[in-house]
Ligand binder design. Structure first.
Ligand code: ATP
Ligand code: MN
Length: 463
């Protein structure tokens, strides 16, 4: 039987329409004359209220099975709702229970649960209001990301998940192997002999698709990746996952200013788009999770981001009328507290910091004429800190070779990357956006574990 989504009914349903819905019971209330239940199918924040009259076939028996969590199909007629809070409700003419849910054991009884508790029931938590809203916003945002790039003619490329590059220097790598860990083959010097491993060399889960995106940008001009990346960083923070999704645009014939312009236009587009497609969910976050969510969105959409150099940022931090835990001085990397001070307290909007010291940035970032800084940029967001990291890439062969050598990387490992500078090199730039950080930023969710359906963090890979 054709059934309708509850979102569609709550938005557009009219009195006297016959409909069939399918979903899960959130609550049931039995009165003397009749009963109510609220059903949710994940399509909308609000539930559809269903009226159950005693003239329903098997009324008593069915009523008994309609516990919180049970799965149902309801057919009936829409009627205007006399109650507060909803425009329309469904008068049932037939109810089918697919599967019951024992009220003694079903963990999601109607009350507020902590996010910590919900993480222990990762297989059920998506049936709650908050996680429901998070994953609808996550979906809308993912869709808007593709829309943004596709509208501008960017090619979506699929960078590999398994890679043999260990030189990116972005945190710790997970090794991919099918050697027998109990008895791995050894070399003469008693090290693990990876030449006998699956790929004939050490292999890892990717920490970034950038190098491959650069390859593709040298054929298609503008490309982007959007896929999972992995970092074995043993840091239990509210902003780090071991498996997270990254968006990485890469543009040929583009410099750092073009890169910043794209990053700013991108974030504005995504906020606008999600506000338009998930207004109820965004209202919910503003009311129940963080009352600055809508103001933040408005701020992003309507204000130009601040753009300052790292050198100026250090000067501002040195002048700050407060004490930081980590030291501030030219040459040291910005810590999260510094990033948040700049975005949250000082400018009260996103700040793009550019031109970082060469020593603290990756080898592929373009060296400036001062030879002290590279054309890097980080977009810092209030509450989150770094949300985007990007740069103009070093397109000059000799300079790139020197940088690679000075970072202790054997240049022959990157022969193909260097070839891009040998054959048809162009100025190019790109950035990486942590998708979960963005969803956190949009929704005000405090912990990154609650914006991905199945978080992977140290000591935790359940579900
Ligand atoms: P951080 O200093 O916050 O650890 P990073 O410098 O390691 O970030 P990049 O290597 O520039 O980050 O990665 C690009 C983007 O990916 C970051 O701007 C951030 O949004 C996101 N990101 C990085 N590490 C993680 C992680 N462990 N979990 C979730 N997102 C991450
Ligand atoms: Mn990191």
């Amino acid at each position: 039987m054709v059934s309708q989504r509850i979102a569609e009914i709550l938005r557009n349903g009219q009195p006297d329409e016959s409909v069939t819905i399918k979903g899960w019971v959130r609550t049931k209330r039995e009165l003397k004359e009749f009963a109510f239940m609220e059903v949710n199918d994940g399509s909308f924040m609000a539930n559809l209220q269903v009226i159950l009259n005693p003239d329903l076939p098997d009324y008593e028996d069915i009523l008994q099975q309609l516990n919180t969590g049970a799965s149902v199909e309801v057919t009936g007629t829409l009627v205007p709702s006399p109650g507060k809070g909803q425009r329309i409700e469904l008068k049932a003419s037939a109810v089918r229970v697919y599967g019951g849910a024992d009220p003694q054991t079903y963990p999601l009884q109607k009350k507020r649960h902590s996010f910590e508790f919900l993480r222990t029931i990762g297989h059920l938590r998506s049936r709650t209001n908050t996680l429901g809203a998070v994953f609808r916003v996550r979906n809308a945002c993912a869709s808007a990301i593709h829309q943004f790039f596709q509208e501008q003619g960017f090619l979506w490329i699929h960078s590999p998940i398994i890679t043999a590059n260990d030189c990116e220097g972005a945190g710790e790598l997970f090794t991919v192997t099918n050697l027998d860990l109990k008895d791995p083959p050894k070399t003469d010097t008693q090290e693990v002999d990876y030449s006998q491993d699956f790929f004939g060399r050490p292999a890892y889960l990717t920490v970034s698709g950038q190098l491959q995106a650069e390859v593709m940008a040298m054929a298609f001009r503008d490309v982007y990746t959007f896929g999972p990346t992995f970092r074995a960083e043993n840091s239990n923070t509210s902003r780090h996952l071991a498996e997270f999704w990254m968006v990485e645009p890469e543009m040929a014939f583009c410099d750092l200013v073009g890169d910043m312009d794209l990053a700013e236009a991108f974030l504005k587009y995504l906020f606008k788009s999600v506000l338009a497609s998930c207004p109820e969910d965004m209202e919910f976050f503003n009311k129940r999770i963080d009352n600055s969510v809508l103001a933040t969105a408005d701020n992003i959409i309507n204000n130009q981001f601040e753009r300052i150099t790292y050198t100026d940022a250090i000067a501002l931090l040195e002048k700050a009328d407060r004490k930081f835990e980590y030291p501030v001085s030219w040459g040291l990397d910005l810590q999260s507290e510094h990033e948040r001070y700049l975005a949250e307290e000082l400018f009260k909007k996103p700040v793009i910091v550019t031109d970082y010291p060469v020593e603290i940035k990756a080898f592929y970032m373009r060296l400036s004429d001062d030879e002290k800084t590279v054309r890097a940029m980080d977009v810092l967001a209030p509450k989150i800190g770094e949300i985007i990291g990007g740069s103009q890439r070093e397109e000059r062969l000799e300079v790139l070779e020197q940088r690679i050598v000075s970072q202790g990387i054997p240049p022959e490992d990157l022969w193909w990357y260097l070839d891009l500078r040998r054959y048809g090199t162009v100025p190019h730039a790109g950035f990486g956006l942590g998708f979960e950080r963005l969803v956190q930023f949009m929704t005000g969710m405090a912990n990154i574990r609650d914006v991905i359906p199945f978080p992977r963090t140290p000591l935790s890979a359940e579900f």
